[in-house]
Design a protein. Structure first.
Length: 165
């Protein structure tokens, strides 16, 4: 006849075997989850970069940057219409952009940017953009030019922020 302690000892051994199996599986599960996350991030990045190679995607990204003050994106997706007329440095443009978009950042949940039409003619395109916000709807046409695989918005000298949209 077995005593109570012997039965507990046998039960604990079976639990130890199950725990050991679970511990051996854990690194595989963790590696699988990480591989899935890396794949998802890679696919998302590829789709987003591909979007910037269209006039619609470039105009939308630039309009959002101009509306909310993302200077790095604003400068990387645009170039001056007349490079000789633009005398400000990138830092001066960024300070002006951040200042002009302060209210939009405060109201960011109430503002939406939408592309309404695209007219592409070879290496140039005209994209109509509508910015809806608390003050109403602002619509504008952006002129874009192709540079390699990318599209750039032509901006007027001294123009940054929502006032240009």
């Amino acid at each position: 006849m077995t005593t109570q302690e012997q039965r507990w000892k046998i039960a604990e051994r079976s639990l130890d075997v199950q725990a050991a199996k679970r511990i051996r599986r854990t690194p595989g599960v963790t590696i699988g989850i990480l591989a899935g996350l890396v794949l998802a991030v890679g696919v998302t990045a590829a789709v987003d970069l591909r979007r910037l190679q269209t006039p619609r995607g470039a105009a939308l990204a630039w309009s959002e940057a101009a509306t909310f003050g993302d200077c790095r994106t604003f400068l990387s997706l645009s170039r001056p219409n007349d490079p000789l007329a633009e005398r400000r440095t990138d830092d001066e443009i960024c300070r002006a952009l951040r200042s002009a978009t302060e209210q939009a950042r405060a109201d960011s949940t109430r503002i939406s940017v939408e592309v309404t039409s695209v007219d592409q003619r070879g290496g140039t395109a005209t994209v109509s953009v509508a910015v809806r916000g608390p003050a109403g709807v602002r619509a504008t046409d952006l002129e874009l030019v192709r540079r390699g695989d990318d599209w750039l918005v032509l901006r007027q000298p001294g123009c940054e922020g929502p006032g240009c949209l």
